[in-house]
Design a protein around this ligand. Sequence first.
Ligand SMILES: [Zn+2]
Length: 158
Amino acid sequence: MQSVRFGRWEISDDPEATRKAYASVPLGGPEKCGCEACQNFAAARAQLYPAEVLVLFEKLGISPNGEVEVYHLARLAPGRHLYGGWFHFVGSILSGADAMKQVAENIWQPDLEKINENFSLGFSSRLGLVRVPFAGPPLVQLEFAAKVPWILPSTEPT
Ligand SMILES: [Zn+2]
């Protein structure tokens, strides 16, 4: 166990256990889904995670191509699309307000921190779609929102 500070959060985490779990996940969410929006995300992946986020992933033991799921939210402009997605890692939130803020019964809104113009992230203890290799230990969900270029040759969604 180690502790990591990022934005408003202090996290306790187990990078070894997280690395092991990612090693047992053969495909990230976008590859597993395979729809056009996911294919585009996967094609743009190498340019979409900021350097400091990749450093954070490395610290936490997260594989950058091991998203649980990504989803297309909107076309912001021609060639520019808003996506959301999330990762899991073994650990718990020690301090810092949860990135999923409950605003009414059964309604949560993301409360992420901006890393740069194109990328925001936050940590939540609300978990979605825990994959088998991750089941068991306490987990944290890393939520993100990213503005992603459309780089597939196919027609972009609207
Ligand atoms: Zn998809």
